[in-house]
Structure formats: structure tokens, C-alpha cells
Ligand binder design. Structure first.
Ligand code: NIG
Ligand code: FE
Length: 405
């Protein structure tokens, strides 16, 4: 069906800027944008369903390109421990941290994981998110990684959200492999990835490159397996220390390297050369009370696209609002509201390999957009909390979030 969305202003986000069209209109047909421009130039055409957007600002549907949305239990007690001065690495070494979520996730049924993940996904959707990445990584064996990825697929099939599933089996060493990290990496590379990919459950492959997780050599074996399966890679890199995982990721043409507080200039140069997106995660920075800032100026100077995401996870970033990340990206990382918005639209699309169809508003792109009742798009990063009045459109259809809740 052809539909006209009129009486709005549009931040198209083309070229990573607002690229605004004031007094605009959008024409959609089925799930695509057929025309976009000043309302005064709206081409005459056959009758179409009309929506008056009441002068709202329209942005692309927001894209949360790094989440660990599917998990059992939560870690609020660990939050209390951290507040008493115990750090993340110490908690992990004591069997807490990721390992405790692995226990809870293994114990949960697929249906129970789906129900809790769906609730969190709805929070993100209500906040303007129409595309979401979901990582596995709390199963750490074949049946439980499969269970997580199946939940990710089911979310995409049952909610008005595009869900990209990333296999993060190389997230942490499962207890049954204690002292045998290389054997676990073999299991991931030789068995888990090929099987899960053959089942159609994997859109990309991620790993955690850190002293308390896997070394660059081990990550490289995972990347080789991904390349063999023709799957794109991403990496949790330079979060707590500098291991030059981002350089390794760039060598494998990674879609993104994520976290990056300890990124060096040579890593930035490698990422720029490979077109690897820098995904910054202000929620984890905030929750861990980090002080080492990701090198924004270097990323800007070398032209690396910067995405922003929630990193929604039960340990380091229990964040249910992507819009709050815009505020934190500006206040904590000194990004501009315009850069932050580009970070959850066009650059986030690139971090998922979806740039051909998502992340900007232009002819032939998917009709995923949000009409916000704000006087300027910078308000999206300015307001903290609350619920900005909005209309969410996904694949050309208005989303009724209340009916889904
Ligand atoms: O992105 N850095 C590693 N992984 C997650 C944390 C996961 C957890 O603590 O459960 C992250 O911050
Ligand atoms: Fe993460």
C-alpha cells in the first residue's frame, strides 16, 4: 500500500549528519521509501493513505548494534559488590561475572529466556529502536549457545524488530574447560560455529579479546573459522587493557570493534583502512565507573565511523534505553548530539553490515522511522529519561507498542 507521511521535518542522517529536510513528506510503498523531500514538491499520484505527523521531527528507526539481550537471572548483587570496591576482574576471577550469568542462562528454558528477553526488547522498541543486534555468549556450549540464538531469531520473527544474531561463543571460558582455553577455542572454531551457521542461526561472529577472556591468537582462530564460513566478524576489544585486538579485527575486515577505551593510534589507523566501525558503549563505561576515555579525537581525525550502543547486559551495562546512551555519549565522551544520533542510525547500520538498507532515510531504503515530538533533533540527546512522544513506523507500518506489552 502507498502511504504519505506529511507535515514533518526529517533528519535523514545521510553522510553521518542531520542532512535535514524541513517541511518534508515521505512516501512509502509496502516496506520501502518511495519518495522523500520537501512537502511542496510532493509528486501528484494516485490516492494514498495519509498520515499527518503534526510537525514532528522524523529520524531513521534507531539501531542498537551491540546487545547481550538474552540472559538468565541478573547481577544486581554484583552491582552492590562493585559499589563496595570489588572490581569487575576480581568478581570474574571469583566465579562471578559472566560465569554466574552462564549458570543462570544454562538453567533457563528457551521459553523462559524468550519471555524475559522480549520484555527487554519492548523497552528498547518503545524508545525508538527498530533494529537490534543480539549476541549469544552466556551458553558457552553447543546446546546453550543454540538456545540463545534461537531466542534471538524468535524475537525477530515475533516482534516488529529486525534482529541480527551474533555468535559470541568465545565470550568467556566455560567452567568445564578451566585451564584448557585452547581446547575450548577448538570446540568453538571446529564444531560450534559450523553447526550453528549451518542451522542458519548466525549473522556474525564476535569474541572477547581481553586478559580475562581470550588472547589475540585465540581470537584469530575464531576469526579464521568465521572467514571459512563466510561470516563477518566483530570484536570486544581494548575495553580494560590494550591488546591490539582492534588491529586484528581490522585485518579480518571486521564490521566493528567495540568498547575501545584503550585503543591506540595504530589501532585507529588500521580500523580506518579496513572501514571497521568503532562501537562505543557509554553504559558500560558509566556502570564500571571507568575513567579511561575512548580516543574520540583520533577516531574523528582518521575518519572512523563511530556507533553508539547500549551493550545491554546483566553485568556491566543493564541499560534499557538507547536514547539514554545518546545523552551519555555527549556528556561522558564529548560527542555532539548530531554525532551521537549518527551513531545509532547510519553508523550503527554499518556496524551490522546493513548499510545498504538501513540507517538513513532515502529512496529505496526500508521504511523504518520514528516521528518525535521535538522542536530539534538535538533534543533526543538532551532529555534524560522520560518518554518522548513519538510514532514508530517499521517496514511502513505504525507500531502499537502498548498492544505488544
Ligand atoms: O560487553 N565485555 C564483555 N562482555 C560484556 C559484559 C558481559 C557481562 O559482564 O555479562 C560487555 O561489557
Ligand atoms: Fe558487549
Amino acid at each position: 500500500m502507498r502511504q504519505v507521511w506529511r507535515n514533518c521535518h526529517v533528519a535523514t542522517m545521510a553522510d553521518g549528519a542531520y542532512s535535514a529536510i524541513e517541511r518534508a513528506a515521505i512516501v512509502t510503498r509496502a516496506d520501502r521509501i518511495e519518495w522523500i523531500g520537501p512537502e511542496a514538491d510532493l509528486p501528484a499520484a494516485d490516492a494514498a493513505h495519509e498520515h499527518d505527523l503534526g510537525g514532528a521531527w522524523v529520524t531513521p528507526g534507531l539501531i542498537d548494534c551491540h546487545t547481550h539481550l538474552v540472559f538468565g537471572g541478573n547481577r544486581s548483587l554484583e552491582f552492590e559488590q562493585r559499589l563496595q570496591g570489588v572490581d569487575y576482574a576480581t568478581i570474574a576471577a571469583q566465579g562471578g561475572g559472566i560465569a554466574s550469568t552462564v549458570r543462570a542462562t544454562r538453567d533457563a528454558s528457551e521459553d523462559a529466556l524468550y519471555v524475559s528477553a522480549r520484555r527487554r526488547a519492548l523497552h528498547l522498541l518503545a524508545d525508538g529502536v527498530t533494529t537490534l543486534e543480539v549476541k549469544s555468549g552466556y551458553g558457552l556450549d553447543l546446546p546453550n549457545e543454540r538456545k540463545m540464538l534461537r531466542v534471538a531469531r524468535r524475537l525477530g520473527q515475533t516482534l516488529p524488530l529486525t534482529v541480527q544474531a551474533t555468535c559470541l561463543a568465545a565470550h568467556a571460558l566455560p567452567p568445564e574447560y578451566a585451564g584448557r582455553a585452547d581446547d575450548y577455542i577448538d570446540e568453538v572454531a571446529r564444531r560450534m560455529l559450523p553447526v550453528l551457521a549451518a542451522e542458519g542461526l548466525v549473522d556474525a561472529v564476535d569474541a572477547f579479546c581481553e586478559h580475562l577472556a581470550f588472547s589475540p591468537e585465540q581470537v584469530e582462530r575464531v576469526f579464521k573459522a568465521a572467514a571459512h564460513l563466510d561470516l563477518p566478524v566483530k570484536l570486544h576489544a581494548e575495553q580494560l587493557s590494550s591488546l591490539h585486538g582492534a588491529t586484528l579485527a581490522a585485518r579480518y575486515g571486521a564490521l566493528s570493534a567495540d568498547h575501545l577505551e584503550y585503543l591506540t593510534e595504530s589501532d585507529v589507523v588500521a580500523m580506518a583502512g579496513a572501514g571497521t566501525v568503532a562501537v562505543l558503549l557509554p553504559g558500560a563505561f558509566y556502570a564500571l565507573r571507568e575513567t579511561q576515555l575512548p580516543p574520540l579525537d583520533l577516531l574523528r581525525r582518521h575518519g572512523v565511523p563511530i556507533a553508539i550502543s547500549t551493550d545491554l547486559n546483566p553485568g556491566t551495562s543493564p541499560v534499557l534505553s538507547l536514547r539514554l546512551m545518546l545523552s551519555m555519549a555527549c556528556t561522558l565522551f564529548r560527542m555532539t548530539p548530531e554525532e551521537a544520533l549518527a551513531g545509532v542510525t547510519t553508523h550503527a547500520a554499518r556496524a551490522l553490515g546493513l548499510q545498504a538498507t538501513h540507517g538513513v532515510l532515502a529512496v529505496d531504503k526500508v521504511a523504518d522511522f520514528v516521528a518525535w515530538e521535538v522542536a530539534h533533533p538535538s533534543e533526543l540527546a538532551y532529555w534524560i529519561g522520560g518518554d518522548l512522544p513519538k510514532r514508530i513506523v517499521r517496514h511502513g507500518a505504525v507500531v502499537d507498542v502498548a498492544a505488544l506489552s
